[in-house]
Design a binder for this molecule. Structure first.
Ligand code: FES
Ligand code: FES
Length: 158
């Protein structure tokens, strides 16, 4: 067992975990932050488990909880954190950028980092940025539109 201390969505947690516990399992099972999904049996393929580690989008099924020790994690629950939806979340709602919604938390976390790095992306750049996120429902057209419109809204308010 190993002791870890980390910040998740602005709150500090101190916990004891097994050395082998994955970050995604720690978030879901120990902190009950079940917005972070597992869609590919921990293979790093689907992107549904994407969270931010110190502001960088990472797949939490590919990290151990112990590797998050001393770091700051943001999950999809932290995007709004009890307040109004983020511009990206609002745009996904407005543009119907989801169907079943299983992939959505990972896409939101990936694209929220993406838009900080590229605030005015082309559709091709958005599609390229989505390479690590699999969606079985939507065909991606509305997802791309939601990201494009969120980018515009964020530029207009910045
Ligand atoms: S569960 Fe992590 S990439 Fe699929
Ligand atoms: S909306 Fe169902 S998997 Fe993406």
């Amino acid at each position: 067992m190993i002791n870890i201390k980390l910040t998740v969505n602005g709150e500090v947690f101190e916990d004891t975990v097994t050395e082998r516990m994955l970050l995604v399992d720690y978030l879901r099972d120990q902190l009950t932050l079940t917005g972070t999904h597992v869609g590919c049996t921990y293979e790093g393929v689907c992107g549904a488990c994407t969270v931010h580690l110190d502001g960088e989008a990472v797949k939490s099924c590919l990290l151990l909880a112990a590797q998050a020790d001393g770091h700051e994690i943001t999950t999809v629950e932290g995007l709004a954190n009890g307040g109004p939806l983020s511009a990206l979340q609002q745009s996904f709602s407005d543009e119907h950028g989801l169907q079943c919604g299983f992939c959505t938390p990972g896409i939101l976390m990936n694209m929220s980092e993406f838009l900080t790095l590229n605030p005015d992306p082309t559709d091709d750049e958005i599609r390229h940025g989505l390479i690590g996120n699999l969606c079985r429902c939507t065909g991606y057209v509305q997802i791309v539109k939601a990201v494009r419109n969120a980018a515009r809204a964020m530029r207009e308010t910045s």
